[in-house]
Design a protein around this ligand. Structure first.
Ligand code: DX5
Ligand code: ZN
Length: 208
C-alpha cells in the first residue's frame, strides 16, 4: 500500500503485556516508524516505559523507533534513549531550557533530533531551533494519554511549520500526534503533515 505520509503507530495503545505482538501488527500493516511514548509522571501525569523496555524491543523489529520523550529534564537522560536504539529522539521545548544544546548533542550522537510543542505553545517558540532538528512534533492533544479528541486549532501550526520550512529551506519533517482517526486524518493531511502518529485508531483498526 502506498501512502502519501509516514505512519507512526503509537504503542501507547498497544497491549503492554505483549508488545512484541504489537510490533508484528505494525509490521504487517506497513508502519513506517514505531512511535514510543515515554512518560515520567512529572512532565505529564502518566507513567509508561523507559530505556530497558525500548532496548528489549529494539532487536524485535527493523522498523525505526520514533521515541517521544514526555519527560522533565530530557538532557539528563537522553543518552539512555540513544543507547536503547532510538532513531528519532524527540523532546519537548517546554521541558528544556537549553534545547539548542540538546538537539546538537542528539545529532552528534548519530540520532535524529526532534522537538515537540504542546497545544498551548506557539510555533514561534521554536524559531531558533528549527534549523537544528529533523522532526517537529505538533501535539494535537494535551500530552499524557491516548484516546483524546484532536484540537483542530493545532493544525494551523502544521501549516505554519510547512510554510517556514519551504521559505527557509529547512529539512525537518512535521509529525502530528493525538486524536487522529479516520475522520480527522483528512484534516491533518490537508494541513500538510508528513508523519501521522496514531495510537487508539491504529490499534482498533480504524486507521490503516
Ligand atoms: C499522547 C501521546 C500520543 C498518543 C496518541 O500523549 O503522545 O502518541 O499515543 O494516541 P491517540 O492516537 O489515541 O490520540
Ligand atoms: Zn506521542
Amino acid at each position: 500500500m502506498t501512502r502519501s505520509y509516514l505512519l507512526a503507530p503509537s504503542i501507547l495503545s498497544a497491549d503492554f503485556s505483549c508488545l512484541t505482538d504489537s510490533l508484528r501488527r505494525i509490521e504487517e500493516r506497513n508502519g513506517d516508524l514505531v512511535h514510543i511514548d515515554v512518560m515520567d509522571g512529572h512532565f505529564v501525569p502518566n507513567l509508561t516505559l523507559g530505556p530497558p523496555i525500548i532496548k528489549a524491543l529494539r532487536s524485535k523489529t527493523s522498523i525505526p523507533f520514533d521515541v517521544h520523550l514526555m519527560t522533565a529534564n530530557p538532557a539528563e537522560t537522553f543518552m539512555q534513549y540513544i543507547d536503547s536504539g532510538a532513531d528519532y529522539l524527540t523532546f519537548h521545548i517546554e521541558a528544556e531550557i537549553h534545547a539548542h544544546r540538546l538537539a546538537l548533542a542528539i545529532r552528534e550522537a548519530g540520532v535524529k533530533p526532534g522537538i515537540s510543542i504542546v497545544p498551548s505553545t506557539p510555533v514561534s517558540a521554536l524559531s531558533e531551533l528549527l534549523p537544528y532538528v529533523d522532526l517537529v512534533l505538533v501535539m494535537s492533544v494535551n500530552p499524557g494519554f491516548g484516546g483524546q479528541v484532536l484540537i483542530p486549532s493545532c493544525l494551523e501550526k502544521v501549516r505554519e511549520l510547512k510554510k517556514i520550512k519551504q521559505e527557509k529551506h529547512f529539512s525537518y519533517i512535521v509529525s502530528v500526534d493525538g486524536g487522529i482517526n479516520s475522520l480527522t486524518l483528512p484534516l491533518v493531511l490537508d494541513a500538510g503533515a508528513d508523519v501521522i502518529v496514531s495510537g487508539s485508531a491504529f490499534f482498533t483498526g480504524d486507521i490503516d
